[in-house]
Design a protein around this ligand. Structure first.
Ligand SMILES: NC(=O)c1ccc[n+]([C@@H]2O[C@H](COP(=O)([O-])OP(=O)(O)OC[C@H]3O[C@@H](n4cnc5c(N)ncnc54)[C@H](O)[C@@H]3O)[C@@H](O)[C@H]2O)c1
Ligand SMILES: O=C(O)C(=O)C[C@]1(C(=O)O)C=C[C@@H](O)C=C1
Length: 355
């Protein structure tokens, strides 16, 4: 039972459900798909994420990938098939409480919640990717009555999608994501919302910084409204703490001396340094190399061929458009020790670069 052989039935073929289907199909696991929205289902099937379920077929595992406040009712239905059931919603204690209230203990044992820490500000099947979970942590949150074989099967799902299972209780999970996901989302929303007061000419000065800080604020407000409401006590406590820190920050900005402000800025630096690196390892010290790329077909391909020949691994990438020239500014994030070598080698190959 611990080996994932399928079929896996995915209910909800939006961004997450379709991405899981694509990842499982790439791993050779049979996948059945369903969705309340026939257009999403048709798109997911045409992308190759799985097939329509045969009538009367019983899956080995059901993955519920619907919005948070709909999860419990879909899980309760799915448990009636006799299969192991997981959901991948962003909050874990609320759906478990709702399912526990209604499911008999024998069925509840087959339900093990989980949550991939990977996603995007986009929604729907067209935004899906088979590589979404590659190297990412994926929380697995068994309750005390969970069957160990069901937990092992959900962990096998996580590995089949290329992610790393991280086991913790539903309550602990919700405390963790309030700080690592829900609060950052709300702070990004505040930073993004104040841009709507800017005059358009001022927005031409939007660089990579504002894009980095606001990206997640583009997420579907209905989805994030449900996520935050489902974890509202913990998120509310964190927001009240931020309000206290905001008052402290306002005083520091008003003060003639920069000492308190620098002390607060240093707390930010410390926060960035405790985020683990790729695959849960220590965070990698990175540096950026900026390359001016002409706005012509094939230029990005030529740049990446050169980087491949120079032999430097690109950890991250951002593209900014130069408002004054037909060119893009590509920021290559690489291991800090390799940044100067990469900049010099690209310069030798004729690229305009800076650090
Ligand atoms: N977006 C992210 O970055 C992210 C990351 C991790 C987990 N999640 C969680 O994954 C779940 C899905 O999020 P998403 O981003 O894929 O959303 P999405 O809007 O892209 O997809 C949700 C899908 O569920 C379908 N649906 C809604 N109610 C249904 C029902 N009763 N039966 C069948 N289908 C139904 C919708 O038609 C839609 O296709 C949410 O619970 C979310 O908290 C999201
Ligand atoms: O947009 C992204 O990059 C995300 O990974 C989104 C993110 C996150 O905060 O990490 C957002 C909510 C989900 O529950 C999980 C992932």
């Amino acid at each position: 039972m611990n080996e994932l052989t399928g079929p896996v039935q995915i209910i909800g073929t939006g961004l997450l459900g379709t991405s899981i289907g694509l990842a499982l199909r790439a791993a050779g696991v049979p996948v059945w798909l369903s969705d309340a929205n026939p257009e999403h289902l048709r798109t997911a099937v045409s992308l190759g994420a799985g097939e329509h379920p045969p009538s009367g077929g019983v899956p080995q595992l059901v993955v519920v990938a619907v919005p948070p406040l709909t999860i419990a009712e879909v899980v309760l239905d799915a448990l009636e098939t006799g299969a192991v059931v997981t959901d991948i919603g962003s909050v874990k204690a609320l759906p478990l409480d709702q399912v526990s209230d209604q499911a008999p203990e024998s069925a509840l044992a087959r339900y093990v919640g989980s949550h991939p820490m990977a996603g995007s500000e986009r929604s729907g099947p067209l935004a899906a990717s088979a590589a979404l979970f590659e190297g990412r942590p994926w929380a697995v949150t068994p309750h005390v009555h969970a069957d160990p074989a069901a937990v092992a099967l959900v962990e096998a799902l996580v590995r089949s999608c290329g992610a790393t299972p991280v086991r913790l209780s539903p309550v602990e999970h919700d405390l963790a994501v309030a700080r690592t996901s829900h609060l950052p989302h709300l702070l990004a929303v505040l930073a993004a919302a104040q841009l709507t007061d800017a005059v358009p000419e001022h927005l031409t000065l939007s660089g990579q910084g504002v894009r980095d800080v606001t990206r997640v604020a583009g997420g579907d407000p209905h989805l994030y409204g449900q996520i935050i409401r489902a974890n509202r006590t913990t998120v509310g406590d964190l927001l009240r703490d931020v309000r206290r820190q905001l008052d402290e920050l306002i005083h520091a900005v008003d003060e003639p001396s920069a000492d308190t402000l620098v002390e607060i800025l240093n707390r930010g630096v410390a926060g960035t340094q405790v985020i683990p690196g790729k695959h849960g390892g220590p965070s990698l010290e990175t540096g950026a190399v900026y390359v001016l790329v002409p706005d012509h077909p094939g230029e990005l391909a030529r740049l990446f061929t050169d980087i491949g020949e120079i032999g430097v691994n690109v950890e991250d990438l951002h593209i900014d458009h130069d408002p004054a020239r037909p060119a893009g500014l590509v920021e290559l994030v690489v291991e800090s020790g390799a940044a100067e070598r990469l900049r010099a080698a690209l310069g030798e190959r004729g690229w305009t670069t800076h650090r």
